[in-house]
Design a binder for this molecule. Structure first.
Ligand SMILES: Cc1cc2nc3c(=O)[nH]c(=O)nc-3n(C[C@H](O)[C@H](O)[C@H](O)COP(=O)(O)OP(=O)(O)OC[C@H]3O[C@@H](n4cnc5c(N)ncnc54)[C@H](O)[C@@H]3O)c2cc1C
Length: 578
């Protein structure tokens, strides 16, 4: 549990709020609630003592990471323990767990894995509320394409995939049940996430449909061949892709005259959902990769279904990270933060802070895999490799908020599509402000909110009952100024203000939500994932880092310029197998 420090008023109660201390009642929440930005919620919070539900910050030991950032060379105690290992992995996210798995498969025993948090999994960790599993971060894995061989191998090992008559067959019990996704727009729920033209103002329908079709055709054209593969290292890179990586997706869309508000809202939503920041920040390569690497883009009525099957579990991808971690046993050390890495000719050493014992341990091995974000890796070297310094200088990291909202009974629904796994609210404000001048904004708009997934959607119980709604907020914003502001707010504003903002955001679709909440647990990520901003994917630095073949190797999904499960599995495995 992390304590917010900025405000000492009653809003900074980060632990459970006793129901007796209820301050904000439902009527107050509803009054003027619709479409209030976070700032307004924060103001409301400062007038009221506490929220009518319990909860707190969970999952991240923010103070540990900041201690590493703020520490000066020589300020940590000298190592009190010195050990040797067969191999060392720093970071127990998916990439680190994949590296440990690859070492074990290569016959290297005595692989020691270290992570600064108290549980393995990194961005793919899980949580539980009222006995119900829910995600703290990543929540699904699409059925992998044939180039994601590391993921296919893992799925086969876990019994989730087999081959019958030459065709892959996936275990239906772990695939997302129907209905998968729906969009709340103009007071109705609609099947799928692309705004249906019939829900738009009459004067926008024809032009929007034409732009949907045009964008679909452009995606099909650029996606021909092997240009967009997952993992991206297996795509055929070309000068055309470098050109796409040199501009933002927003600039590219403007150049194609693709400006229909509904299309721009949807594309912006997709960028925030996958990359943590909007189309004004990610490169055109990344914006197109989202579609061209998987299912394409299908305009309504073009005869295709653009929905891939996805694996999902109540606890999200923690189901996968726990399976990966299980094989490591007591060689997995949590609450251990790498402080300093030194590389020799034959081996490498790491000084690790053992938080429980408040001592430094020095571990040495012939091979050391760094599966931590690159901006952290750069802090671990006295003299970082030039490619690492260069890569980090070009990178931007998106902050994220994940809110697990536990409810005691189902919320009342608006008419239209049935409750789905993924439930998204259309935000016309965002779509219509696409061409607004960018600049630091004092408050996050509603744009960062991406809707929620229902953690009990995969349950086979025959009735709708208590559940956890996991709401996602991508806080990378539209420009570096917004990103910085959001990150500072995430660190400094109290749990109660963010919890209230999350509830407020969902009120247009579920006005009865406040009455049904028992608890809200929030997970905040200051630097969750690399945003694929122009120039990062096509620059030489990431390639140079992933090609390093000395005792120290790099494995984090940052090497792909963006973060998904398949990339983490690829780079973790590659760091070991070469
Ligand atoms: C909110 C959110 C939702 C997401 N949703 C999805 C999704 O649905 N599907 C999907 O495929 N991907 C999703 N992702 C992307 C996700 O990041 C990847 O799937 C994957 O989990 C990345 O794994 P990784 O090992 O590369 O990185 P990380 O998860 O960043 O792992 C790095 C690890 O290093 C540790 N570490 C850092 N510093 C130190 C240190 N000094 N010493 C020791 N350990 C250290 C960290 O604690 C962490 O465990 C999501 C990400 C976020 C943030």
């Amino acid at each position: 549990m992390v304590r917010a420090t900025a405000r000492a008023d009653a809003c900074s109660a980060n632990g459970p709020v006793p129901r007796a201390a209820e301050g904000v009642r439902r009527r107050e929440l509803l009054a003027g609630a619709a479409l209030l930005p976070v700032a307004a919620s924060l103001a409301a919070c400062s007038r009221n003592d506490a929220a009518p539900y319990g909860g707190g910050w969970v999952g991240a030991q923010v103070d540990r990471g900041h201690k590493l950032r703020d520490s000066k060379a020589g300020t940590w105690p000298a190592p009190s323990v010195q050990r040797r290992a067969g191999a060392i992995v720093i970071g127990a996210g998916i990439s680190g767990l994949a590296a440990a798995r690859a070492f074990a498969k290569a016959g290297v025993d005595d692989v020691q894995v270290f992570d600064l948090e108290d549980a393995p999994g990194g961005n793919s960790r899980g949580h539980a509320m009222g006995g119900m599993g829910c995600p703290l971060g990543a929540h699904y894995l699409p059925i992998p394409g044939e180039r994601a061989v590391e993921v296919i191998e893992l799925l086969e090992e876990l019994g989730l995939r087999r081959t019958e008559h030459g065709q892959p067959v996936h275990d239906e019990r772990h695939l997302c049940h129907s209905p998968q996704e729906r969009l709340f727009i103009a007071g109705h729920w609609h099947d799928g996430l692309l705004p249906p033209v019939e829900a738009l103002p009459a004067d926008q329908r024809e032009a929007t449909l034409a732009q949907y079709r045009h964008f679909g055709a452009l995606v099909a054209k650029v996606g021909d061949g092997c240009a967009f593969a997952i993992p991206t290292a297996r795509s055929t890179w070309s000068p055309a892709l470098s050109a796409l990586d040199a501009i933002t997706f927003g600039q590219w869309l403007d150049a194609q005259s693709l400006n229909a508000p509904a299309l721009r809202w949807y594309l912006d939503y997709c960028c925030r959902d996958d990359y943590g920041a909007g189309a004004a920040q990610v490169s055109a390569w990344a914006g197109l990769h989202y579609f061209a690497s998987r299912h394409g883009f299908h305009a309504p009525g073009d005869g295709s279904d653009d929905r891939d099957g996805v694996f999902t579990w109540p606890e999200g991808n923690a189901w996968l990270s726990r399976k990966l971690a299980a094989g490591i046993g007591d060689r997995l050390h949590t609450g251990r933060m790498a402080l300093r890495v030194t590389e020799g000719r034959q081996d490498a050493s790491v000084d690790v802070w053992n938080a429980a014992q408040a001592q430094v341990e020095r571990w040495t091995a012939p091979r050391l895999v760094l599966a931590v974000p690159l901006f952290i890796a750069a802090r671990l070297f006295d003299a970082p490799p030039p490619a690492l310094t260069q890569a980090v200088a070009a990178m931007r990291y998106a902050p994220w908020l994940v809110a697990n909202v536990q409810i005691r009974e189902p919320v009342v629904d608006h008419p239209g599509a049935a409750p789905s796994w993924d439930n998204v609210l259309y935000d016309p404000l965002l779509g219509s402000s696409v061409n607004a001048p960018v600049g630091p904004s004092p408050t996050p708009r509603l744009g960062p909110a991406l809707g929620y997934v229902d953690a009990m959607h995969q349950s086979t119980r025959p009735y709708a009952g208590p559940t956890v709604l996991t709401a996602y907020w991508a806080l990378g914003g539209d420009n570096p100024g917004q990103l910085k502001t959001h990150r500072a707010r995430l660190l400094n504003e109290p749990w109660s203000a963010w919890a209230q903002a999350v509830v407020t955001n969902l009120l247009p679709a579920h006005p009865d939500l406040p009455d049904k909440i028992t608890r809200i647990d929030l997970m905040r990520y200051g630097h969750a994932m690399s945003i694929p901003v122009p120039g990062v994917r096509s620059g030489a630095a990431l390639q140079a880092l992933s090609d390093m073949r000395g005792p120290v190797r790099f494995a984090h999904s940052d090497l792909a310029a963006y973060s998904i499960f398949e990339e983490a599995m690829y780079f973790g495995t590659r760091a070991v197998r070469g």
